[in-house]
Design a protein around this ligand. Structure first.
Ligand code: GAL
Length: 650
């Protein structure tokens, strides 16, 4: 049995032991390293293992502060906060379309309220941005990460310049001009994400969205408009948010994330929500363009085979990112002097160790932790850094792995060398799984390798690497927060930062930015009560330690928001743990980490969890308060104080 005391001991040691030489002479923010047009970064050296060495414990380490130019702020995404879904000429996104079609796919505590299962109104930031800025001030933000809604600018997704004029929805431009100008007036630097999952629905209807190679150029054109229009003021661009989640949750796992497709599973018909979404049924190939139909194995050229939709979505989205970066570098970067990169997600993989683990097994687990990380994270971070998928991923996927052309590799390589954005929340154990007779399960041979065998992973004793969606609770570390996948375990951020820093040593010019990190409040209302991940559930699978913060008797409702909703001690402890580990990664390990964006500034539309899962540092009563009044939580003040105490003040 794995216990929390083992977690604590192991990770305190694991995290503190990393001692890696990094480039600590990184330039200051105003002196950013912008690449030249032709620059192609050569990859040198091997992907080394982290070497252990003994250092003092965290308590004894003299406190070194983060530098004065540290990017400090909070993050949100357009569909989650803006609302105004059909105002001022905005076009439909896949999220509008699918939440309207299948409202029951989204959790809601008040189904009598038509806005409770979608982002129609959300935080109404479209009309209340000034209120959001007030919240940023409380946490002393010097940056704000927001995303631009593609379909607010180009309702049908296709950006075109004809006779020198863009076919843009001017009202959309006005809105983002207002956002950017308001931030700058308040001395907050905008960090803009171009794509946070809200693909224009028209492109899904037209060619299957990210399943089709045409999405690459449509994205690059839309990006070009944004650079041209906002780039005089926006100096930090994130192309894509979390390609893994977008593609795996949207195209593989069925209900959950738009467009609710479910490659690799037997297609089952979703009912239109007039009768209720058949959540048992799950997913559908009926959703989407007509050429994607049940049983179709022969698809038009350049289309992903059905069983590999998430893989091809990922492939297209990575190339789309690289094409957008290329446009920026060729046409805008020299003049505008901004930075551009991608944001990827993924849990740090921690080598499993307990009292019975032999040194040999530990070594093996370290190797498998790295392989698991390559599969879960490197799949997405290697292409924009070194220009190709990791060799281990290609080996495991065999002939099912799409191949980048030489031109694509060239475009990809170094396309996130300005900075790398990483969203991190939780941690996974990793080990090589053993057969019943105690022998190791071996990786598939080259001949056997395929999408199917790649799923028979040999690490992560429960979830087995990539995981099987919601049917599997990964063996995460730490205490259970308010989302099934969201566990509090501070050292994970340090382990992950070190993994990136080692792997891409010398390749990231302006450091790593934590573009999201945050905590869903546990014991909050319906999602807790309805979620599979109850205390009983963990007990039933023999892992009660994962439910250690659970107390169903204190499931919150909103009749007394002063309780742990506003007084969010659990979240404060989350931030304290993660931020201290981030500081240690910088101060002790020399990792070049340049920023931290907390998720999230405000409670917002948490995708399939609707308004029933709260990640915000600001409370909003979504069901009863048409004004969407912002009420700061204690964590917002805590972050303001943390900033003053732990970041050098200029
Ligand atoms: C991230 C995502 C955010 C937010 C957060 C919390 O994966 O980028 O939009 O939802 O998770 O679930």
């Amino acid at each position: 049995m794995k216990t929390l005391s083992v977690f604590t001991t192991l990770l305190a040691v694991t995290a503190a032991k990393k001692c890696i030489v990094k480039d600590t002479s990184a330039p200051a923010a105003d002196d950013v390293a912008v690449p030249s047009d032709e620059e192609i970064v050569e990859v040198t050296g091997s992907l080394e293992d982290v070497e252990d060495s003994s250092v003092e414990s965290a308590e004894e380490t003299p406190k070194k502060k983060l530098p004065a130019d540290f990017k400090w702020g909070a993050a949100t995404a357009a569909y989650q906060v803006e609302g105004a879904w059909n105002e001022d000429g905005r076009g439909e996104s896949v999220w509008d379309h699918f939440t309207h079609l299948y409202p029951k796919n989204v959790e809601s505590g008040d189904r009598t309220n038509p806005d409770s299962t979608n982002g129609n109104v959300a935080c109404d930031s479209y009309h209340k941005f000034d209120e959001d800025v007030k919240m940023m001030k409380i946490m002393k933000a010097n940056h704000y990460r927001f995303s631009i809604s593609w379909s607010r600018l180009f309702p049908d997704g296709e950006a075109k310049k004809v006779n020198g004029k863009w076919n843009v929805n001017e009202k959309g431009t006005q809105y983002y001009n207002m956002v950017i100008d308001t931030l700058l007036e308040n001395e907050i630097t905008p960090l803009a994400t171009l794509y946070h999952w809200d693909l224009p629905y028209a492109l899904h209807e037209k060619y299957g969205g990210w399943l089709d190679y045409r999405s690459q150029d449509d994205f690059a054109k839309y990006a070009e408009y944004c650079f041209e229009t906002f780039g005089d003021r926006v100096k930090g661009w994130i192309t894509i948010n979390e390609p893994w989640v977008n593609c795996v949750s949207g195209y593989r796992l069925g209900p959950g994330k738009a467009p609710y497709r479910c490659t690799g599973e037997a297609p089952r018909k979703l009912q239109n929500d007039t009768t209720g979404l058949d959540l048992e049924g799950g997913c559908s190939y009926e959703i989407g363009p007509s050429q994607y139909y049940k049983g179709a194995e022969v698809l038009p050229a350049n289309r992903a085979p059905q069983r590999l939709e998430d893989v091809w979505c990922s492939h297209n989205i990575l190339i789309a990112h690289a094409k957008a970066v290329n446009v920026y570098r060729k046409k805008f970067q020299k003049k505008q002097k901004g930075l551009i990169g991608i944001t990827i997600d993924g849990e740090a993989q921690i080598p499993w160790q307990d009292a019975n683990t032999t040194p040999e097994e530990l070594e093996n687990n370290k190797k498998y932790a790295n392989l698991a990380a390559e599969f879960r994270i490197g799949w997405y971070s290697d292409p924009p850094m070194v220009g190709d998928y990791p060799a281990s991923v290609k080996q495991r996927m065999g002939k099912d792995m799409p191949v980048f052309t030489p031109e694509e590799k060239k475009l990809l390589k170094g396309s996130s060398s300005d900075f790398l954005g990483w969203n991190t929340y939780t941690a996974h154990w990793a080990e090589q799984v053993k057969n019943e007779d105690g022998t190791y399960v071996q990786p598939p041979t080259d001949d056997e390798a395929s999408f199917e065998t790649s799923k028979q992973d040999m690490w992560d004793d429960n979830c087995r690497g990539r995981g099987e969606g919601w049917s599997c609770i990964p063996p995460t570390l730490g205490s259970q927060a308010g989302s099934s996948w969201n566990t509090k375990y501070g050292p994970t951020i340090r382990v992950g930062l070190n993994w990136f820093a080692d792997r891409y040593k010398g390749l990231i010019k302006n450091g790593i930015i934590i573009t999201e990190n945050g905590c869903a409040q546990p014991n909050y209302k319906v999602s807790r009560a309805n979620d599979l991940v109850t205390k009983e559930y963990f007990e039933s699978i023999g892992q009660p330690e994962y439910a250690d913060t659970y107390d169903e008797s204190i499931i919150e409702d909103e009749s007394n928001i002063e309780g742990s909703i506003i007084n969010d001690e659990y979240r404060i402890d989350w931030y304290a743990q993660y931020l201290e580990n981030l500081r240690l990664a910088y101060a002790e390990d020399g990792v070049d980490v340049r920023g931290y964006m907390a998720w999230s500034l405000v409670d917002n539309f948490e995708w399939e969890n609707g308004y029933e899962t709260r990640f915000g540092m600001t409370y909003i009563d979504f069901y009863n308060d048409d004004e969407r009044t912002r009420v700061p939580k204690k964590s917002l003040e805590f972050l303001g104080q943390w900033y003053l105490e732990n970041v050098e003040q200029a």
